[in-house]
Design a binder for this molecule. Structure first.
Ligand code: NHR
Ligand code: GAR
Length: 217
């Protein structure tokens, strides 16, 4: 008898792909019992596409600029995701706001990592905003993606200190280290069948996850 197939992931990127690399490593070392079936980028120049190719993963860029509407772009993404029978979609530094065309068919199977302690600082420039506000801590949050931008139910969150002299870049790299830890954990919970979305509530092992996610600090 053949071994059961591993759950199939798609990772959507726009840039460097360091979170993608964390997923590649976690799948390779077995800590994430899943298979990355597809990497998609809206940006043809994303460095992460090379990481995928080096790992032997099918990678495609679908340039959003070639579409007349956000919906038409999302439709092209959905076609690729369906063609690869994807079980879980991972947004990893993906920079295009998605419409219901993609969100509805993948609701509950779509995760994002956002570089802030949600519900603080949804949207862009999170590290500079945390510095400007004089915050003592920053962090990252994995959440289920819903139509509301960065507003879907949190799953897991990691905090880091903000240190004197931090710049947006120094803070971003401290946060990124934690991103690479917590994001594969959330995906592992999902592929193990432990994590789900029930209405607007994220559930782990049948219990509701608190409003800011499981604290991994
Ligand atoms: N789509 C929906 N519907 N809901 C979410 O929660 C989403 C999403 C798409 C992406 C990631 C998010 C982040 O973690 C994400 C969450 C892009 C923008 C943005 O403003 C904002 C948040 C996120 C991603 N994008 C601009 C746009 O017009 C383009 C910005 C650029 O290219 O630099 O799409 O931060
Ligand atoms: C990550 O820090 C991620 O949290 C953030 O972009 C970076 C991508 O890095 N996401 C967003 O800002 C989404 N709008 P990576 O390409 O090296 O994984």
């Amino acid at each position: 008898m053949s071994a059961p197939e591993r759950p199939r992931l798609a990772v959507l990127i726009s840039g460097r792909g360091t979170n993608l690399q964390a997923f590649i490593d976690a799948c390779n070392d077995g800590t994430l019992p899943a298979h990355i079936s597809l990497v998609l980028s809206n940006n043809p120049d994303a460095a992460g596409l090379q990481r995928a190719e080096q790992a032997g993963i099918t990678a495609r860029s679908i340039n959003h600029r070639e579409f007349d509407s956000r919906e038409a772009f999302d439709e092209a993404l959905v076609q690729e995701l369906r063609a690869h029978c994807v079980d879980l979609v991972i947004l990893a530094g993906f920079m295009r706001i998605l419409t219901p065309v993609l969100i509805e068919p993948f609701l509950g199977r779509l995760l994002n990592i956002h570089p802030s302690l949600l519900p603080n600082y949804p949207g862009l420039n999170t590290h500079q905003r945390a510095l400007d506000a004089g915050d003592a801590e920053a962090g990252a949050t994995v959440h289920f993606v819903t139509e509301e931008l960065d507003g879907g139910p949190p799953v897991i969150q990691a905090r880091v200190p903000i240190r004197p002299g931090d710049t947006a870049d120094s803070l971003a790299s401290r946060v990124a280290e934690q991103e690479h830890v917590i994001y594969p954990i959330a995906a592992r919970w999902f592929v193990q069948g432990r994590l789900s979305l029930s209405g607007q509530q994220a559930m782990l092992d049948g219990n509701p996850i608190p409003a800011t996610g499981i604290d991994h600090t």
